[in-house]
Design a protein around this ligand. Structure first.
Ligand SMILES: [Zn+2]
Length: 519
């Protein structure tokens, strides 16, 4: 079985994504985690462009990595300068890694327009830089920037640039679709040609501007690339980098290639959520393989078939990537959905047991009031456990208040106070927040944290409000969905009331009880 190397650039290219920003400590934590997961290369940063990245390499040296090699990223030397005195090259060496990745230009248009130098000098820049870094006994990966665009406009020159890198002794040539606009058949043609032209192994680094980054990466592997560069969850500039979270299971499960150490693929969903958590980004529900809805079934026909055999509507067994089958409960569904749900939560429920009927009746009654459980599974699980007597009360609310002042003055202030009874003791807290819901959540968390320190692990990631019955005018009810996240999971809860604060409070309390129940 052929081994495909995974080269992660979440810490460098991934942080170019809008909204992604990582502290030094975040980067070190992620690097450790990538190593445990079985990533072969971790690109830590670009020391020449960002002095902060040098600190990462300094700290990373103190850590022990089981399997991953840490790579520093940089560019070839500048035009008409000496490689040994080039600042960027010096910074690369200063990073002190055993592997360095440098990028150079393959597209003649860029050489002329951006470098404003001759095509010949560009070849010398590539050669000198690789040659010099090799003379320092480093493993050198050469990233051929804009290779595919260059290949389409001037194939001979694009090939010449990678020949130059190969001649200078680089360990791998990584072909880059930097602008992310190539199509799979274009990738195939160019990779084939590159393979014929040089002996050095090939890698692939693509961006997702045509929504084809995963397909393009897979195509490159099918045509001989042995390394895939990308990021977890596809974070990256513009539309992102190639999503390793999809590429890894495709290579391993569908193409039967060797990628991760045995059994590590089961950690994929957890890794995806962990990285999202550290990057402070949500995992999209419909993200393939690791998203919450990736194996969620709603339609009655599907559910019926799924009961007979899971393969009827699932392309892989979700447990292979650490995900789960989910059956969405909605008004459309009957008892069989509730039974499936119970199974999913490991609750033993007999089809004819009186509990099954009471749960179903309760769901219908609540749905009639405006609740919806398909996007609020945590509330549904709590409801089920309450009906079955499997629920334990963690705290009782004696009083909760929230006050918002200076509304309309641009910067209103919300202050909440809660009074709870926890484990026979009174617990009070007052907190300010960005709005009444935030204030209530903070006060609730503060009152509980000394009894349940796990509360510190969670935070609110999404909040949605819908009007349930707009035809009733001012008496309309609102439905609030709240999503929380910790390092391994996210879960959603629902509340319904004519009062938005009351609906939010119900969802908040459910969310916290759910976390406590799971801990
Ligand atoms: Zn890139």
């Amino acid at each position: 079985m052929k081994k495909i190397q995974i080269y992660d650039t979440t810490l460098r290219d991934g942080t170019q994504g809008e909204g992604v920003s990582l502290s030094l400590n975040d980067k070190l934590m992620l690097a450790k985690r990538f190593d445990q997961f079985g990533i072969d290369y971790i690109e830590g940063g670009w020391p020449g462009s960002n002095p902060k990245d040098l600190a990462f390499f300094k700290e990373a040296k103190k850590l022990k990595f089981k399997r991953a090699k840490i790579a520093a990223f940089g560019s070839t030397r500048r035009a008409h300068s000496k490689v040994a005195s080039d600042d960027n090259i010096k910074a690369l060496l200063e990073a002190g890694t055993k592997t360095v990745t440098i990028f150079g230009k393959s597209w003649d248009f860029h050489v002329r327009e951006v470098f404003k130098t001759s095509l010949k000098e560009n070849l010398a820049m590539i050669h000198d830089s690789v040659d010099y870094l090799k003379s320092k006994k480093l493993e050198v990966i050469y990233d051929a920037e804009h290779f595919f665009d260059g290949f389409r406009e001037n194939p001979d020159y694009a090939i010449q640039t990678i020949r130059e890198a190969a001649k200078a002794g680089c360990n791998l040539v990584c072909l880059c679709d930097t602008n992310g606009g190539s199509l799979p058949h274009q990738i195939a043609v160019a990779v084939k040609r590159a393979r014929k032209a040089i002996k050095a192994p090939l890698g692939i680094h693509v961006h997702n501007d045509g929504d084809l980054a995963v397909a393009n990466s897979i195509t490159a592997v099918e045509h001989g690339a042995i390394q895939v560069q990308g990021t977890v969850n596809g974070y990256g500039e513009r539309c992102g980098n190639a999503n390793l979270t999809s590429i890894i299971p495709v290579l391993q499960l569908k193409l039967k290639l060797r990628v991760l150490p045995e059994k590590h693929l089961k950690q994929l969903s957890e890794l995806s959520h962990y990285v999202a958590e550290v990057c402070n980004m949500p995992v999209e529900n419909n993200q393939p393989f690791t998203g919450q809805s990736a194996f969620a079934h709603k339609g009655g026909v599907h559910v019926n078939a799924m009961l007979k055999n899971r393969k009827t509507y699932e392309h892989i067994n979700p447990s292979m990537v650490g995900n789960n089958t989910r059956f969405l409960v909605s008004e459309l569904s009957g008892k069989s959905n509730v039974m499936l749900k119970a199974k999913e939560f490991n609750i033993d429920l007999d089809q004819n047991a009186p509990h099954a009927r009471t749960i179903l009746a309760k769901v219908r009654e609540l749905e009639h009031q405006g609740y919806q459980f398909e996007a609020a599974e945590a509330s549904f699980e709590l409801l089920m456990k309450k009906e079955l007597g499997k629920y334990k009360k963690f705290f009782a609310v004696k009083e909760a208040e929230v006050l918002t002042e200076k509304i309309g003055e641009g910067n209103p202030e919300s202050r909440a106070s809660v009074k709870l009874e926890v484990k026979g003791e009174e617990a009070d807290a007052i907190e300010k927040g960005d709005g009444p819901v935030d204030a209530l959540y903070k006060a609730l968390a503060k009152a509980l944290v000394r009894f349940y320190p796990v509360i510190q692990e969670i935070h609110l990631t999404d909040y949605k409000v819908r009007v349930v019955n707009p035809q009733d005018g001012t008496a309309a009810k609102v439905r609030v969905f709240i999503q929380f996240q910790d390092q391994t999971n996210n879960w959603s809860t629902v509340g319904v009331s004519e009062n938005i604060i009351e609906a939010s409070w119900q969802a908040l309390v459910d969310a916290i009880e759910y976390k406590l129940l799971k801990s």
